[in-house]
Each structure stands twice: as structure tokens, then as C-alpha cells.
Design a protein around this ligand. Structure first.
Ligand code: MRU
Length: 344
């Protein structure tokens, strides 16, 4: 299961809008196709968006066929600008684009071909580092998963949302691989059903026991004593430990608190935005009303009804038991522990 594949000269993205019914890859030969795929959620999930955008910049560079560095500069600059306007909330996108821009600037004057290769090297480094970070989160998170645990997750923070293995689902995978007997409740995650279409599918591929529930069932499942812990991913974590993640995460965190259930967030360092002091500063994407008025192309509401469709919410740090990062498990007070983690 690969969400993103570099094929030597072009990029392939698994079209996640068609899963689980159809497994089809989109061939991307330029940054415009990549930007479009990010906007449409054909590739989605914070780390996957970042890695896809990095390869989008590579494609912009490869589309320069002259020896003119000025032309290369313009292509790369335009691509970074275009890709940076696709989705506002996941900071991994901007983290990856900054890395691409910085490494590109460092090769100024070295000629078009060497600079094209340097862009590819940087995108591949981003890709490989993400996979390694996911594995490390899995190792660190393992201690938090008791044998026999019922685990609730929201949205999809799995292999599909990353370059492989996953963040929240990476921890779940690691526990399964370690021989722990676990079972997962996957919230369906309205409006776009990432939990139903992607998480349920992904876990079933790995034979990890999964039960699909609608979002409104989460609190009841907790009340019934079926959930021992919650693990979700993140799109942006601020310096005080507030976490932006898929809409509905905040409600799950409140319900977990009310039932005394630990609430964990798994995210690599590329998801932290230490330039923001609190979650209130995180830009929250609002998406098209049609996503709420209809389901799978069928109207489920009056066509003209007014809709509010924020794609993310912010869970305040005080509802979070621990952050599982690739540098270890971080506990409250998060302001101090996050700072210490990044100073390491
Ligand atoms: O709108 P999406 O599908 O891109 O939202 C994805 C999420 O909210 C994920 O939980 C988050 O990006 C973490 S992915 C490892």
C-alpha cells in the first residue's frame, strides 16, 4: 500500500478519493497535477501532502529542458508558491516546501542538471525520513498499548496518510506486529469518510481487527467500556501542545476525558509548528459545502441549505495525555516538554 511512488521521471499518487472500491494511481508529470491532487484529497494526510508537494517541486525543475538557471529558478519558485496555496492547515506541507526551497537556494550557480538532481535528492530524503520517523513512533508508542486494548481512532493517520506505515496507525501496527492482541474502533469521519473508506480498509489489509462506527457512536462505545485508549494523528501541533486534526477529533478528546480514557496524538517533528504559541493561531481550512450536502455524489440535504464545513478542529493540550513523536513520548506540561524535545 503506497500512497506516493516516485517512478524515476514522474510521480504516482494513489487516488484516495476512489478507495476502497478502486485502486488507481494518478501519473503526475508537473506540479499542477500534484497541486490539484492535494486540493481534491486524492493525496491527503499531513506527511503525505508534504512529501507529494516536495516531488511536485522536483517535477517543476525537471520540466526545464534548457541550461538556463534563471528559467529553473522561476519554475521552482512558481511551483513552491502554487503548492503552498493548496491546503492551509497541515504544517508538513510548508515544512517540506521550505526544505525544498532552502536546499534549492543552497545549490545556486551549480547548473541546471545538478540542481535538478539536488531537488530530487531532497524530496527523496523527506520521503525516507518520514518512513523512518513513523517506525520510531511505532517503537516509542508500543509501551502505551496494553495487551488486549480496545483502541479508538479518528480519520486516517496510516500508511495512506504518510509515506508508509503511518503515525497513529503506525503505533497500532507496531503493537500488532509485537504480538499484542488489539482491536480498533474506526470512526467513519464525516464528511469525507476517511475512517470508513481508508482506515477500515488499511487495517483489514493487515489483518488488524477493526470495527467501523459512525462518529456519533464514539462516546457510547467508550461508555460501554470498549475503549482503553484513543490514538489520532495531527496536522499541526503548536508550541503549547494544542493539536489540529480532522474535524471531530476535539469531540472524541472531550468524550475520552469524560470517561477517563487516555488520549494520545502521534506525530513526527515535521507536524510541529513552534512559531505558533497556541492552537487559536492555526489556519483552519473550510471546504466546499457540497461535501456536507451530499455523500458519494447523492444529495443528502436540501441543495440550497447553508453549510459550515471546517475540515479540522483544535484539541486543546489539556485534553491530551501524551504526544508520541519520533523523538520519544512527550507528556505535560507540553510547553516545557516540547521545547526540551526540540532542543535535544
Ligand atoms: O483532510 P485530510 O484527510 O488530509 O485530514 C487528515 C488528518 O486529519 C489526519 O489525521 C492527519 O493528517 C494526520 S496523518 C498522519
Amino acid at each position: 500500500m503506497e500512497a506516493i511512488r516516485w517512478q524515476g521521471e514522474f510521480l504516482q499518487l494513489l487516488d484516495q478519493t476512489k478507495l476502497p472500491l478502486v485502486e488507481e494511481y494518478i501519473d503526475c508529470w508537473d506540479p499542477f497535477i500534484v497541486a490539484d491532487a492535494i486540493k481534491k484529497l486524492q493525496v491527503r494526510g499531513a506527511p503525505a501532502i508534504g512529501a507529494a508537494a516536495a516531488f511536485g517541486v522536483v517535477l517543476a525543475g525537471l520540466n526545464v529542458h534548457s541550461e538556463d538557471e534563471a528559467e529553473l529558478n522561476e519554475h521552482v519558485r512558481n511551483a513552491i508558491e502554487l503548492l503552498g496555496k493548496t491546503r492551509p492547515t497541515a504544517v508538513n506541507l510548508f515544512w517540506a516546501l521550505k526544505r525544498m526551497g532552502d536546499s534549492f537556494a543552497a545549490t545556486a550557480g551549480q547548473g541546471v542538471q545538478r540542481r535538478q538532481q539536488a531537488l530530487l535528492n531532497e524530496a527523496q530524503a523527506i520521503f525516507e525520513e518520514d518512513q523512518a520517523m513513523n517506525r520510531r513512533m511505532g517503537e516509542y508508542g508500543l509501551e502505551l498499548i496494553p495487551d488486549g486494548a480496545g483502541i479508538l481512532t479518528h480519520c486516517n493517520a496510516g500508511a495512506l496518510a504518510t509515506t508508509g506505515y503511518g503515525t497513529a496507525l503506525g503505533v497500532i501496527r507496531a503493537a500488532h506486529e509485537a504480538g499484542k492482541s488489539i482491536s480498533v474502533f474506526a470512526d467513519e469521519t464525516r464528511p469525507l469518510l476517511q475512517g470508513a473508506r481508508l482506515t477500515a480498509w488499511e487495517l483489514m489489509q493487515d489483518n488488524i481487527p477493526v470495527t467501523l462506527i459512525t462518529d456519533s457512536m464514539a462516546a457510547y462505545v467508550m461508555k460501554r467500556g470498549l475503549v482503553d485508549l484513543v490514538i489520532v494523528g495531527a496536522d499541526r501541533i503548536t508550541a503549547n501542545g494544542d493539536v489540529a486534526n480532522k474535524i471531530g477529533t476535539y469531540g472524541v478528546a472531550l468524550a475520552a476525558k469524560a470517561h477517563g480514557i487516555p488520549f494520545y496524538v502521534a506525530a513526527p517533528v515535521s507536524t510541529f509548528d513552534l512559531s505558533l504559541t497556541s492552537g487559536e493561531q492555526i489556519p483552519i481550512e473550510e471546504r466546499d459545502a457540497e461535501e456536507v450536502r451530499s455523500l458519494g455524489g447523492v444529495w443528502t440535504a436540501p441543495k440550497e441549505v447553508q453549510v459550515f464545513n471546517p475540515a479540522f478542529d483544535v484539541t486543546p493540550a489539556e485534553l491530551i495525555t501524551a504526544l508520541i513523536t519520533d523523538r520519544g513520548v512527550i507528556r505535560p506540561p507540553f510547553g516545557e516538554s516540547i521545547r526540551a524535545c526540540f532542543e535535544r
